[in-house]
Design a protein around this ligand. Structure first.
Ligand code: HEC
Ligand code: HEC
Length: 573
């Protein structure tokens, strides 16, 4: 499989084949002679015609074989072009490849309604996706790559058929391993008396895909008629969530770039809980009028993040994920909203205040907060704002007192007419903690393959009015500082995985696996894989003079081998 260098300073870096394989004429779509040929999307761009036309000849309508009959995401087009270079003998400069991706992702792209269900694929979310619309597709097509690759494509019937041929070419064992039914065909009639459906799983799948994901759709017809470059320059409020760190708030300045769909960015944001401030500069391209693809970094090495967001059609908000890591596992959910003249409350640094606590400093993140007076800030019954410690348009710090009698529960926050529902909670004591996620996987790496890290968070809970844990009135207190350790997950006698799997940062809850490859110090020279418990400990509240209890929770961590094969070059490496 072609593995490709990850994009660092530019959005896309292309693998350029040095030893080109036999350059072949691309197979032409062969529709049944009687059927009317399916209409495609003419290619009008000279760069694409020149770069791809030697093998994909245009017809008299400007339709290029294969290319005119497929629509997909920027990543989909990028992957196709990488394969053309790696396997089919395409010779292309990275700058030209970027232009081709831009043209095709925009003109042979997806409408927002089509892209949305597959957004997790481009955002590289590690989710357990189930394609419930068709069980043949679900079981036949998820064995080697994600179903996100499939639901982010639109093709003519001929092109869905040719995809099977492509797979046979790329992966000669595919028929026996996935596409065909094992064993004899069903002989009994269906329950309704119809003859048995003898089609192989791939045939049923292709029939389903070509009717569900055709080239021509009302969504695409409508969107392509209305499509234009999104004008995004201006100031945007950023709210987000970074795994392990919690909420982040800040602003992004987007500046128009050298062409109407290119931008430069400057983002400054704080981790709400800790106040850590991060500044990133970067660039972005908007494909199809709504698909933001960017890359940004701080001054630090290895700080580059890919940015994948969907711009709302009103150009006032965009949402998605910024990520990095060997498996894109480190990242944050991000939402940008255009800053106008109105006051907005984005969030607070703490999400819980204790009954009977005084002179508590609370940071409020927002836009146009103005110069606040205590009376401008309202946290509801039992909480008094005694003083404004400092106040800027984007960040105000206020001192609050919480009455001993303040009722426990969530409080809406009002600031100078703006509000944030359930911004924080009043609680009496922290009763339990949970580790999120309660199960995670990491992969050894660093020698031949990249490492896949794992990030844990400790969340605090108060039992609420009923005094019982795990009941509906529990009060969620948000992320709490914890001390992190590992314990052996005893799966075998004398299990000693804990000595080999890697290191858990005791303050941040981030696990970094050990190096990949056989370890001579380990019995049987095994790789540094194994199972451990990840344990969080948090000091609870002391009640009626008794010593504070240590609250404990744990999660299961499986440290496994790298993904040796990744049928997915756009993912990077
Ligand atoms: C040197 C010949 C050559 C060039 C140049 C070439 N291709 Fe191809 N292309 C092929 C061959 C051979 C196939 C069929 C095998 C395959 O799908 O990999 C193909 C298949 C395709 C397909 C169908 C893939 C699928 O998923 O079903 C697309 C789309 C495509 N090419 C796009 C492009 C684009 C875009 C360019 C220009 C950047 C390009 N090709 C340049 C040879 C070429
Ligand atoms: C045996 C492994 C395997 C199975 C099973 C499999 N695929 Fe693939 N698929 C691949 C490989 C390999 C690629 C090429 C990856 C690349 O371009 O780098 C691919 C690429 C694709 C692409 C992208 C094509 C392109 O031009 O980039 C689509 C769409 C796709 N597969 C659909 C399907 C569908 C639909 C099924 C079920 C009928 C399926 N796959 C089952 C291995 C598999």
């Amino acid at each position: 499989m072609p593995f490709v260098n990850r994009a660092l300073t530019v959005t896309f870096v292309f693998f350029v084949a040095t030893a080109a394989n036999v350059a072949g004429q691309a197979p032409q779509p062969t529709a049944a002679p009687t059927a009317k040929p399916e209409e495609g999307i003419p290619v009008t761009d000279a760069t694409v015609q020149k770069a791809c036309g030697s093998c994909h000849r245009p017809d008299d309508k400007g339709q290029m074989s294969r290319i005119s009959f497929i629509r997909t995401t920027p990543e989909g087009w990028q992957t196709i072009i990488q394969r053309m270079a790696a396997l089919n003998g395409l010779n292309i400069e990275p700058a030209t490849a970027r232009q081709v991706v831009k043209y095709l992702a925009t003109n042979h792209g997806l409408a927002p309604e089509e892209a949305k269900p597959a957004a997790w694929e481009a955002e590289r979310r590690l989710i357990d996706f189930k394609y419930t619309a068709n069980s043949d597709a679900e079981s036949t097509c998820n064995k080697c790559h994600s179903l996100g690759r499939i639901i982010s494509q639109r093709r003519t019937r001929t092109e869905w058929d040719l995809l099977i041929a492509t797979h046979r070419g790329l992966y000669p064992l595919v028929d026996n391993q996935a596409f065909r039914r094992g064993g004899p065909p069903p002989r009994d009639a269906a329950s309704d008396g119809r003859p048995p459906d003898n089609r192989h799983p791939f045939e049923k799948t292709i029939a389903h895909l070509s009717s569900t994901f055709p080239l021509k759709t009302p969504e695409w017809t409508a969107w392509s008629a209305n499509m234009r470059p999104a004008r995004l320059d201006g100031t945007w409020a950023l709210t987000g969530w970074e795994n392990g760190k919690g909420a982040i708030y800040g602003r992004v300045t987007i500046t128009a770039g050298s062409s109407p769909d290119e931008f430069t960015t400057n983002a400054t944001y704080r981790v709400a809980r800790t106040g850590e401030t991060i500044t990133r500069t970067g660039r972005g391209i908007v494909y199809t009028g709504f698909q933001w693809r960017g890359a940004s970094s701080t001054q630090a090495a290895d700080s580059s993040m890919r940015e994948v967001m969907m711009v709302d059609r009103n150009w006032r908000s965009m949402e998605g994920r910024w990520f990095n890591g060997g498996y894109d596992e480190i990242g944050m959910d991000v939402k940008l909203e255009r800053v106008g003249n109105d006051t907005r409350v984005l969030g607070t640094d703490r999400t819980a205040l204790k009954q009977g606590s005084t002179a508590q400093e609370l940071k409020i993140y927002g836009t146009n907060l103005g110069s606040l007076r205590p009376a401008d800030v309202d946290l509801g019954p039992g909480i008094t704002v005694s003083r404004v410690v400092s106040s800027t348009p984007e960040l105000a710090t206020v001192a609050v007192d919480v009455a001993a009698t303040a009722a426990v529960g969530a409080r809406d926050l009002f600031v100078a007419g703006a509000s944030r529902p359930k911004a924080l909670a009043v609680y009496d004591k922290i009763d339990t903690i949970k580790v999120k996620p309660d199960w995670a996987m990491a992969r050894v790496g660093g020698d031949t393959f990249p490492k896949m890290l794992a990030q844990f968070e400790a969340w605090g809970y108060s039992n609420g009015a009923d005094g019982k844990p795990d009941s509906p009135d529990d009060i969620e207190l948000g992320i709490v500082d914890a001390n992190w350790t590992m314990e052996e997950y005893a799966a075998t006698y004398n299990d000693d995985d804990i000595k080999f799997v890697g290191v858990l940062n005791e303050a941040t809850g981030r696990f970094t696996p050990n190096v990949d490859g056989p370890n001579p110090k380990r019995s049987g020279e095994r790789n540094n894989v194994g199972d451990v418990w990840v344990v969080a400990k948090v000091l609870g509240d002391s009640v009626s003079g008794k010593p504070a209890p240590t609250l404990r929770a744990r999660a299961h961590l499986l440290v496994t081998v790298p993904l040796y094969m990744r049928f997915d070059p756009a993912r990077g490496q």
